[in-house]
Design a protein around this ligand. Structure first.
Ligand code: ADP
Ligand code: MG
Length: 486
C-alpha cells in the first residue's frame, strides 16, 4: 500500500484512543445529572467529590450503552470485567484517582471496516479494547480574572474509551476511520458525539516504521485535537517532523504532545520516559461487573441497521447514487425521513434530490432539526406526486414547498387555497377549447387547410382563457383532437 510518506520511505503507523461521553441521564457512579452546560459545581455529591465513605455504584444504562457500542464494533464482550483505580494527581480529579477498567476491560478484539481514501478498497482496523470509565472535572482558566476555577460537574460523567490497534496507515485514513466511528456511535444512540461540547475526544499515536520490519522508532501521542480535521493536520505535521529528524540522522523521542491549532504545530508536553506510573489497583468498592450472556444477546438485539449497511441498501434497493446515499445516511434521522418519503410512494431519485436539496436548505435556514421540521415525509411525497402527475409545475413546486415549510400544510391544500392547482378536468378544458375555436373560426379554417403552425396560437388562447390554470399536458391532446375534427 502506498502511504503519504512515499513508497520507499518509512511507513506511518497510527493508533487512536477515542473517548465518548455516554448518553445517560446521570453520572457513572452516582445519581447526579450528567447534563451539559449547568452552572459550575451544581451537579456534585459526595461520590463524585470523592468524600470519605462515599460508595460508587455503576450506572446500568452506561453499561448497556457500552455493551451496545462494543457489539456494534464487533467486539467480544466479556461477561466479567473489573473496575480499577488509575492513580494520578491533578486538581480536576478530586479522588486522586480515576475509576476506569483495566484488565479485563468491558470488551476487546473488535474491528471497524473503513473505506480507503481512494474509495474502492476497504481496510479492516482492529479495535483493541473498549472500556468504561469516569470523566474528570474541568479547570476554568478564563472565568475568574487572574485565577483558575474548578468545575466538577463533569467529574464522574460516564465515558467509553475505544482503543484501536496501531493499524491505520495515513492521516486521511485516520480521519475516515473517525468519520465512520462517529456515525456508527450516533446510529447506536450511544453518544451525541458533539465535539464542541467534548462528548467525543481523540488522542492520536504516531510512529514511523521502516519497511524491513525494524521496530518502530519513537512514538508520539497527540492530544488537544478538537476536530477530525485537526487530527489529520496534526498527524501530517508529526509525520513530517519525524521524517525530518530521521533524515538528519536523529532519533525521535517518545513523548506526549499538544496540537496548537493557531500555530498549526505540535508542542512537547511530557516525555514518555517520564510517563506517570498509574499504579492500577482493582477498585475495592465495586465488585467485578458481571453481565450474563443472555443480557449481552438481548442488547445485540437492539443494534440498529448500521450506517454503512443502510447506505449500501439505498444504492442496491432504491437505485440511489453512492454519493447521495452517503449524504442521506449522514444521520439516522435524515435516513429515516428520506425512507419515509419513499415509503409514501415517492420516486426514490426525486425524493433524494428534494431531501438533499430543498429539505436540507430549509432545515438550515429555519435553524431546526428534522424532529420539528413542519413538512412531514408524507406531505413531501404528496407534493412530489402532484408534480409527477403534472398538476403542479416544477417551477411552481419550489414556491409551494416554501409555503409548506411556512405553514406546515400539505401541498394540495395550499394549491386549493390559492387556486393554483392545475386544472385537468376534461369538461372544463373542453369548454375553454370550444370557446376559443368558436371565437377564431377564421384561424380554424386556415389550420384545417394546412397552416399547422397555428397550433401554438390556439394553445396560448386556451391557456389565457383558463387564467393559466389549465394543465398544458391535458390541453394539448384535446385541442389537437378538436382541431382535427371536421
Ligand atoms: P500505552 O500503554 O503506552 O498508552 P498502548 O499499547 O496502550 O500504549 O497503546 C495506546 C495506543 O497507541 C493504541 O491506540 C495503539 O494502537 C497505539 N500504538 C501502539 N503502538 C504504536 C506505534 N508504534 N505507533 C503508533 N501507535 C501505536
Ligand atoms: Mg493508553
Amino acid at each position: 500500500m502506498s502511504t503519504e510518506t512515499g513508497d520507499n520511505g518509512p511507513e506511518a503507523v497510527i493508533g487512536l484512543e477515542i473517548h465518548v461521553q455516554l448518553a445517560t441521564m446521570s453520572k457513572m457512579f452516582c445519581a447526579d445529572p450528567a447534563e451539559y452546560g449547568r452552572p459550575p459545581n451544581s451537579a456534585v455529591c459526595p461520590v463524585c467529590l470523592g468524600l470519605p465513605g462515599a460508595l460508587p455504584v455503576p450506572n446500568a444504562k452506561a453499561v448497556e450503552l457500552g455493551i451496545r457500542a462494543a457489539l456494534g464494533l464487533h467486539c467480544e464482550v466479556h461477561e466479567r470485567s473489573v473496575f480499577a483505580r488509575k492513580h494520578y494527581f491533578y486538581p480536576d480529579t478530586p479522588k486522586g484517582y480515576q475509576i476506569t477498567q483495566y484488565d479485563p476491560p468491558l470488551a476487546s478484539k473488535g474491528y471497524l471496516d473503513v473505506p480507503d481514501p481512494d474509495g474502492y478498497a476497504i481496510s479492516r482496523v482492529g479495535i483493541r479494547r473498549v472500556h468504561l470509565e469516569e470523566d474528570s472535572g474541568k479547570l476554568l482558566h478564563e472565568r475568574l480574572p487572574g485565577r483558575t476555577g474548578i468545575d466538577l460537574n463533569r467529574a464522574g460523567i460516564p465515558l467509553l474509551e475505544i482503543v484501536t490497534e496501531p493499524e491505520l496507515r495515513s492521516p486521511r485514513q485516520a480521519r475516515a476511520f473517525l468519520d465512520r466511528l462517529k456515525r456508527a456511535l450516533e446510529y447506536m444512540r450511544v453518544s451525541d458525539c458533539n465535539m464542541e461540547e467534548g462528548s467525543l475526544r481523540v488522542d492520536a499515536n504516531i510512529s514511523l516504521q521502516d519497511r524491513e520490519g525494524v521496530a518502530p522508532a519513537g512514538r508520539t501521542e497527540l492530544k488537544n485535537l478538537n476536530s477530525f480535521r485537526n487530527v489529520e493536520r496534526a498527524l501530517r505535521f508529526e509525520i513530517d517532523r519525524h521524517a525530518g529528524i530521521r533524515s538528519s540522522g536523529g532519533e525521535v523521542t517518545s513523548e506526549t504532545m499538544l496540537w496548537d491549532d493557531a500555530a498549526a504545530e505540535t508542542r512537547g508536553m511530557r516525555s514518555k520516559e517520564a510517563a506517570p506510573d498509574y499504579r492500577y489497583l482493582p477498585e475495592p468498592d465495586i465488585p467485578p461487573l458481571v453481565v450474563a450472556s443472555e443480557r449481552i444477546e438481548g442488547i445485540r438485539g437492539t443494534l440498529p441497521e448500521m450506517p454503512w449497511a443502510r447506505c449500501a441498501r439505498l444504492v442496491s434497493d432504491l437505485g440511489v447514487s453512492a454519493e447521495h446515499a452517503h449524504v442521506l445516511t449522514a444521520s439516522r434521522e435524515l435516513a429515516d425521513y428520506y425512507e419515509a418519503v419513499v415509503a409514501a410512494s415517492a420516486e426514490p431519485g426525486d425524493a433524494a434530490n428534494w431531501v438533499l436539496g430543498e429539505v436540507l436548505a430549509a432545515l438550515k435556514s429555519e435553524g431546526c432539526g428534522l424532529e420539528s421540521f413542519p413538512v412531514r415525509p408524507a406531505d413531501l411525497a404528496g407534493m412530489l406526486d402532484l408534480v409527477a402527475s403534472g398538476r403542479l409545475s416544477r417551477a411552481a413546486s419550489r414556491d409551494v414547498f416554501g409555503r409548506m415549510v411556512e405553514t406546515g400544510k400539505p401541498a394540495a391544500q395550499i394549491l386549493g387555497d390559492d387556486g393554483m392547482l392545475r386544472i385537468r378536468d376534461e369538461d372544463a378544458v373542453r369548454g375553454w377549447i370550444d370557446a376559443v375555436l368558436a371565437e377564431h373560426s377564421g384561424e380554424v379554417r386556415r389550420y384545417r387547410e394546412g397552416e399547422n403552425q397555428l397550433f401554438d396560437f390556439f394553445m396560448g388562447r386556451v391557456m389565457r382563457r383558463s387564467g393559466g390554470k389549465a394543465d398544458p399536458d391535458r390541453v394539448r391532446p384535446l385541442l389537437l383532437e378538436a382541431l382535427e375534427e371536421s
